[in-house]
Design a protein around this ligand. Structure first.
Ligand code: SF4
Length: 281
């Protein structure tokens, strides 16, 4: 038998393709045919979740068992808050859709939380996502709606077909993750809906383009966003306030040749970052 020596890049590519296949399959099996106790749309404020809300309006309209839930970190760009206030909340009100804003149990924004703890959001552990996005939504589900494992709810996530490798199976039994843009959902949403489809859905509704969601100090943000003059000095302050600065930087370890935010310039824009929203809620 001949064994082929794979390069590190090839191994990573195979690993990624394999995990994507497994996620796609397991997510499908995770959804049962039983009616859920509640329908929860995890609303991140980005392009895909706005598209998803527009597609799913028929399910959410005048439905006391359905809620659009926005977990607010307090760190979204002003454009996102403006879009929610100017378009999403009025749309929900006009369609009699329950829109709920939830926040973390810490009684402070994610920025203040990181500042007080002298840390930066961790790319590796994603504490910020679990504490400021996932936990507040789950608290609402458990404490306000009293959902239990015996009658779980569905949580609809706006992950588009072209980003299917961001899918994550729920790790709690009382809330099942559903991906209508990928798998489709009844008559409301066709499967294999891409980001481009979401942009078209938003345009067809007569809404302006949705601004990119995510915290302005997110470690996954594109360089161009981190250079935004409205927020740059506050992001630098947060990075330098971190108790392990300069070893630990917002975008990773200094030893890995990561640049401090203070040193980023327009020439670094090619360094990239995430084009979508940053949270994989
Ligand atoms: S957008 Fe970034 S910083 Fe904000 S909660 Fe999500 S991963 Fe953390």
């Amino acid at each position: 038998m001949i064994y082929m020596q794979l390069t590190e890049t090839q191994e990573k590519q195979i690993e990624k393709a394999w995990s994507r296949t497994i996620r796609l399959l397991t997510a499908r099996f995770h959804v049962e045919t039983n009616e859920p106790s509640y329908h929860i749309l995890s609303f991140g404020g980005g392009r895909q979740t706005v598209g998803l809300l527009l597609k799913m309006r028929g399910l959410f309209r005048r439905n006391e068992k359905a809620f659009v839930v926005f977990a607010d970190t307090g760190g979204e760009h002003q454009e996102t808050y403006d879009y929610i206030n100017d378009y999403i909340i009025p749309f929900c009100a006009a369609n009699e859709i329950n829109f709920v804003r939830v926040t973390s149990k810490y009684g402070k924004t994610l920025y203040e939380y990181c500042w007080d703890k002298k840390i930066v959001p961790s790319m590796k552990f994603r504490d910020c996502t679990s504490k400021f996005k996932i936990a507040p939504i789950r608290k609402f589900i458990r404490e306000e709606l009293k959902v239990t494992r015996s009658k779980p709810c569905y949580v609809y996530l706006g992950i588009s077909y072209d980003e299917a490798d961001r899918m994550n199976v729920s790790n709690v039994l009382y809330a099942k993750s559903v991906f209508p843009l990928i798998d489709g959902y009844k008559e409301y949403c066709e499967p294999e809906t891409t980001l481009q489809d979401c942009l078209r859905i938003v345009k067809d509704e007569g809404f302006p383009p949705v601004p990119k969601s995510g915290c302005w100090f997110c470690p996954f943000a594109q360089t161009t966003d981190l250079l935004d003059p409205r927020y740059k000095s506050k992001t630098i302050a947060l990075e330098e306030n971190n108790s392990r600065f300069p070893e630990i930087l917002l975008r990773g370890m200094k030893e890995n040749k990561v640049k401090p935010i203070r040193e980023l310039t327009d020439n670094d824009i090619k360094l990239g970052g995430c084009k979508s929203g940053y949270c994989m809620v």
